[in-house]
Design a protein around this ligand. Sequence first.
Ligand SMILES: CC(C)(COP(=O)(O)OP(=O)(O)OC[C@H]1O[C@@H](n2cnc3c(N)ncnc32)[C@H](O[C@H]2O[C@H](COP(=O)(O)OP(=O)(O)OP(=O)(O)O)[C@@H](O)[C@H]2O)[C@@H]1O)[C@@H](O)C(=O)NCCC(=O)NCCS
Ligand SMILES: Nc1ncnc2[nH]cnc12
Length: 302
Amino acid sequence: MRRPAILDTRRVAGWGHEALIREVELSPKPGLVDRFNNGAHDDMDLAMFRASAAAIEPWLGVFFRFGRRECERPAVEFLPRLRPQGQACERAMLRATGGVNTHKGSVFALGLLSAAAGRLTGRGVSADADGLCLEVAAICDGLVSRELRDGGPAATAGERLYREHGLPGARGEAASGFATVRRHGLPAWRRARAAGHGEEAALHAVLLNLLAYNQDTNLVARGGISALHFVQTRARALLDAGGIDAADHLAEMRRLDREMTERHISPGGSADLLAVTWFLSRFSLYQDDGGRVGSSARGCVD
Ligand SMILES: CC(C)(COP(=O)(O)OP(=O)(O)OC[C@H]1O[C@@H](n2cnc3c(N)ncnc32)[C@H](O[C@H]2O[C@H](COP(=O)(O)OP(=O)(O)OP(=O)(O)O)[C@@H](O)[C@H]2O)[C@@H]1O)[C@@H](O)C(=O)NCCC(=O)NCCS
Ligand SMILES: Nc1ncnc2[nH]cnc12
């Protein structure tokens, strides 16, 4: 019987860092930075993403410990207390990138999930993918109506796109408990791994499904709603043609990369959810290992 994985700060932060590295190194990735090219980006490259991931990693441990310490705090009170730390992590990211926004969405998503892992751990609850996503949904309950529907003037692309197109972006995905990841990303990962594909091919299957179904505000911010429809249509056609099992799958991904780069459109939100999918798959593995967390008799532990 394998020793169950013990969920702790180092493990969670390490998984988060590795998720960001596996995402950026997956190649080819249409419109995105990868090992082959910088996609539709003039201001960032692979080295910058690596530096950004390194700056973010310790903060994921901070969020995990904070969640574990405040595991009994009502979920609705938790996000306002977590957010300043998330914004500090964003500043650390920007220092590492010279002011370029590489992972703002990833900081939000992985930060919430790391904190949720801490909260479940502190409560002595095994943290599997679904449990983590539902804990994030509880933490982000009401976020879309508070900040997007009833919020003040649009200060960001995401806020503007909600008003123009009703797209809830990163906030909506978190408040739904990462529904796009649970419905499309993780099932694609599990199908590919069960069929015997390696991690790289499985991540390509995840990316294709995310491009097909994620309402990625990055695409709309750069190319309007037609850019989102273009990418979703092309990705669904590739899925219908067999996805990663099609003989010309990688050639088709490189072709889509050229087309999206020419259009200067980039699915940054889908890249984030690719990292989220891999991150969550680690917790499922941990769960399958019979992982359990020590329940503390005296409530939350630090
Ligand atoms: C809560 C916030 C993160 C919301 O920020 P914002 O108001 O900007 O809202 P969104 O546009 O919805 O999302 C921000 C980023 O989230 C990613 N994203 C987009 N769509 C989705 C989606 N459907 N699901 C999930 N995630 C999504 C995306 O981030 C990635 O792309 C960025 C890089 O691409 P690029 O095109 O270069 O982006 P820009 O530089 O902005 O454009 P250019 O100028 O280059 O053209 C990069 O961020 C990737 O991660 C969206 O960009 C935020 O307001 C907030 O509150 N943050 C504080 C932290 C916090 O609260 N933490 C709590 C837990 S610790
Ligand atoms: N690989 C990538 N390229 C461009 N934007 C991203 N946002 C997150 N990952 C990205």
